[in-house]
Write a protein that binds this ligand. Structure first.
Ligand SMILES: [Zn+2]
Length: 229
């Protein structure tokens, strides 16, 4: 395997992120442009493409971490040699060997099935699954899916402080906004960014970044149904 080290200004991570978002965009369009018979196969293809990107992303991050670790190890060795009055020499072969081992260690840290646990991969569900008769089972599954992303499910729009009624999700950072509010904000100011506290998505929001957050909508509806019982 050829290890080409990512430079400090590398935009590889950004490219991978955008590619993953494209996959999600295609996924979202499937029901509009394809017949029900075609969908399962196309969905399989898309999932496999998504897995490739998740793997690429993971390898890239591992390589970046390994690079930092190797730099640190080499720096420490040189410092030690100098401190002990030795002439310091690290060969390229030694560095390569060190990088290979560090990278292998990093890659071994990932749990089995990590590909399927990717937050974007998880959103690529089978279409029409919610129309099953077994509504209660389905409700539980959806809650599990929401829980997998590791975030508390926020049902209040932080801007208006009101419960979402027509939530839309930002494909860039996965934060949700009330459609009417965010559309008004981005129409009046094209530089509008995600208003969620602590969000590090610096990309100005555009209408094409926003997709209907049906999962959250269903979740809120279920909460309401339960409260009514
Ligand atoms: Zn955000």
């Amino acid at each position: 395997m050829d290890h080409r080290l990512p430079g400090p200004n590398s935009n590889i991570a950004e490219n991978i992120k955008q590619a993953k978002e494209k996959v999600i965009q295609v996924y979202d369009m499937l029901p509009n442009f394809c017949s029900n018979e075609e969908i399962p196969e196309l969905l399989d293809d898309l999932r496999s493409v998504m897995k490739d990107y998740v793997l690429l992303d993971t390898k890239y991050k591992d390589l970046k971490t390994s690079k930092q670790k190797v730099i640190q190890l080499c720096t420490e060795k040189v410092k030690k040699d100098i401190a002990e009055g030795r002439e310091s020499s690290i060969t390229l072969d030694e560095i390569n060997e060190l990088l290979k081992n560090t990278l292998r260690n990093e890659m071994e840290k990932h749990h089995e099935g990590f590909l399927e646990k990717d937050p974007l991969y998880i959103t690529m569900k089978n279409f029409g699954e919610d129309e099953t008769n077994n509504a209660e089972d389905q409700a539980m599954n959806n809650e599990d899916d929401l829980a997998v992303t590791g975030e508390t499910i926020q049902t209040i729009d932080p801007y208006s402080k009101k419960e979402f009624s027509d939530p839309v999700k930002n494909l860039n950072c996965k934060h949700t906004y009330e459609r009417e509010i965010i559309m008004r904000l981005i129409t009046t100011n094209s530089k509008t960014r995600c208003y969620w506290m602590g969000c590090n998505n610096r990309v100005a929001i555009r209408a094409e970044h926003l997709v209907s957050d049906d999962e959250l909508k269903r979740y809120i509806n279920r909460l309401k149904t339960r409260a009514a019982i």
